[in-house]
Ligand binder design. Structure first.
Ligand SMILES: Nc1nc2c(c(=O)[nH]1)N[C@H]1C(S)=C(S)[C@@H](COP(=O)(O)O)O[C@H]1N2
Ligand SMILES: [Mo]
Length: 257
């Protein structure tokens, strides 16, 4: 992993507020009218929430819940919080399974996004074609399970929009994303169709720089950082569980934030 020296400390208070919102509504479904607070969860998981280290520990423990329990806790229909421009973390941290000097360089001219699997429509997309689709932007919090979080602004095409245009079979179970650095991740179809899931082409108003995933990163504010793949080359739509780079190393597949 990369050095964390340049990274800001975890903004614990604000994460707790975000997580508390999620937990209160999901806990209602789990425990009827009784509300399980984040404090209650902290008690259950045995960590106090007064310092960054314990928030990190809790994030890890939450991620090691089994996928079924997490699917209940983190409803894919809920919206992640959004933030004002003034709260953007500058500089936004870089992270990958290698150092920043090994970031893959993808050539914009020859780049083609390839769709495979359960797709009826257009399977090959140029960057120009993707930029010509309707664009939107979001300011959301990226939470990395390694113990940091940061707020950033991403712009691009709503993923559900893209999938429908490409004639993807939205009754399929999974969407897998394959990256230029051999990383891959996969998500369930409800997450793929979530209104905040964005096929991003820009970061903070500029073309996505290489370190943040040029030419595109799939941004899902409802998922932890490792579920947000950068440098995507191919997307496959399938009913067979595709796993993922981090997931196959033991990170939880659901990966809700
Ligand atoms: N292709 C690829 N995507 C990836 C990773 C990676 O190593 N390779 N790391 C993931 C992790 S763990 C994090 S926290 C974020 C970091 O994104 P950033 O560099 O834009 O902050 O990218 C995610 N997507
Ligand atoms: Mo991460």
């Amino acid at each position: 992993m990369t050095s964390r020296k340049s990274v800001r400390p975890l903004d614990a208070g604000s994460i707790i507020k975000d997580a508390e919102k999620e937990l209160q509504s999901s806990a209602r479904r789990l425990f009827g009218k009784r509300i399980l607070t984040l404090g209650g969860l902290a008690l259950l998981s045995g960590c106090d929430l007064n310092n960054d280290k314990s928030v990190n520990t809790m994030l890890r423990r939450m991620s090691s819940f089994n996928d079924g329990a997490q699917a209940l806790l983190f409803d894919p229909r809920e919206l992640a919080p959004t933030y004002p421009e003034s709260m953007i973390t500058r500089p936004f941290p870089f992270n990958a399974y290698y150092d920043i000097d090994q970031v893959p360089e993808v050539d914009a001219q020859t780049y083609r996004l390839e769709l495979t699997g359960l797709v009826k429509g257009k399977r090959i997309w140029t960057l120009e074609e993707l930029h010509a689709l309707q664009q939107q932007s979001q300011i959301t919090r990226h939470i990395c399970i390694e113990g940091w979080s940061a707020i950033g602004k991403w712009g691009g095409v709503q993923f559900s929009d893209f999938l429908l245009r490409a004639g993807v079979d939205t009754t399929a179970k999974y969407v897998a994303l394959h990256c230029a650095d051999n990383y891959w991740a996969s998500i369930d179809m409800p997450t793929a169709l979530h209104p905040q899931t964005l096929l991003t082409l820009t970061y903070d108003g500029n073309i996505l720089p290489a370190k943040y995933g040029f030419p595109m990163k799939l941004r899902m504010p409802t998922k932890l950082g490792y579920k947000n793949p950068k440098h995507i080359l191919a997307i496959s739509v399938t009913n067979e569980f595709p796993g993922g780079y981090r997931e196959n190393q033991g990170y939880n597949w659901f990966g809700g934030s």
